[in-house]
Design a protein. Structure first.
Length: 303
């Protein structure tokens, strides 16, 4: 049963969302939309890219070639934000290699994380990230899953003052972490928060998004496909009848557009190691946002 708070907040943002969604004619058909980071006004392309698992690969051409194409298409499609972490195996090193090979570092908005206990361990981890990413600074540095968050946010703010990161952030990835995430955001006022949100995992709508809007915190959405599980739920189901009119050509685009159609969301970061899926995901950044009725239709079809 949804709580009263949940219903009121859903209603309030649905209305805000409807007001936010411009008409279809207002969008260039092949242009990635952008949204502002509240702390600065800097505009970010709404589709980003995650790298957990998908970029944790070896050095051989059979592993690297598809990712080089994933990366090439990402930037060609107008995207910029790449989310990674020291705990994603070889992902930071692979990103660093590919950005250098393709000469794309200047166009990338790199978001990495600190997931360590204690200041010295946090700093050492960040210095290692910079080496692997082949850069001297990142755009966003986040506390991974709120681990030792007071220490690490203080460190991140120091690094921000030194120009080593442009923005600070905190992340979580489960519904059970939302209340603590909200407490930390209220106490520490980071520039960004990152949270899970999907058609079937909508807890952030009541626990996190209203706070992000109130405080002016940018929101990155992870797990918009629920780690891929959403695709199993719609296997053999046709797209909703309104999909073509909304410019949606696949279930992946429907799931990503669902996340983006919440007005608190700044960027969604789907992960794939497959070039054609990257092209598919990027298309979700074009066209109008979903109406409240279209969102409800997705919830009913997938749920
Ligand atoms: N605590 C944290 O900070 C935290 C936690 C979780 C996630 N994250 C970040 O968020 C990113 C995204 O989350 P996630 O990787 O857990 O899950 P996700 O993006 O919800 O789902 C990824 C899965 O979807 C599949 N997929 C991607 N595009 C597809 C498409 N167009 N059609 C069909 N299948 C598609 C991928 O398979 P293929 O690779 O085979 O295409 C993969 O199995 C992570 O990579 C990470 O950067 C952060």
């Amino acid at each position: 049963m949804p709580t009263r708070r949940h219903v009121i907040s859903s209603l309030a943002w649905s209305l805000a969302g409807l007001a936010l969604a411009p008409s279809r004619a207002a969008f260039a058909a092949d242009e990635m939309q952008t949204r502002p980071v509240p702390a600065s006004g800097e505009r970010l392309p709404v589709i980003g890219m995650g790298t957990a698992d998908s970029f944790n690969v070896g050095d051989g051409p059979e592993d690297r070639e598809p990712l080089r194409e994933v990366m090439r298409r990402f930037f060609a499609g107008g995207a910029a934000l790449i989310d990674t972490a020291p705990s994603y195996g070889r992902a930071e090193a692979v990103i660093g290699d590919l950005l250098a090979e393709l000469n794309l570092r200047p166009r990338a908005f790199i978001a990495t994380k600190i997931g360590a206990s204690g200041r010295a361990a946090g700093l050492e981890q960040f210095q290692r990230s910079l080496r692997l990413l082949r850069t001297d600074k990142v755009e966003l540095l986040q506390v991974h899953n709120l681990v030792d968050w007071q220490t690490q946010l203080a460190l991140i703010n120091e690094l921000k003052a030194q120009g080593k990161t442009r923005y600070s952030g905190v992340t979580h990835y489960t519904e059970s972490g939302h209340d603590e995430l909200a407490r930390v955001v209220r106490a520490a006022r980071p520039d960004f928060l990152q949270v899970n949100y999907s058609v079937i995992s909508r807890g952030a709508e009541s626990a996190v998004f209203p706070l992000a809007r109130e405080l002016g915190v940018a929101v990155l959405v992870n797990r918009a496909f629920d780690d891929g599980r959403l695709f199993a739920r719609v296997k053999d189901k046709p797209l909703p009848p309104w999909a073509a009119e909304a410019g949606i050509g696949s279930w992946a685009q429907a799931f990503l557009r669902f996340a983006l159609s919440h007005p608190a969301v700044t960027v969604v970061i789907p992960a794939t190691g497959k070039p054609d899926r990257q092209s598919d995901n990027l298309k979700a950044g074009q066209g109008p946002m979903l109406t409240a009725q279209q969102r409800q239709s997705l919830i009913e079809t997938v749920g």
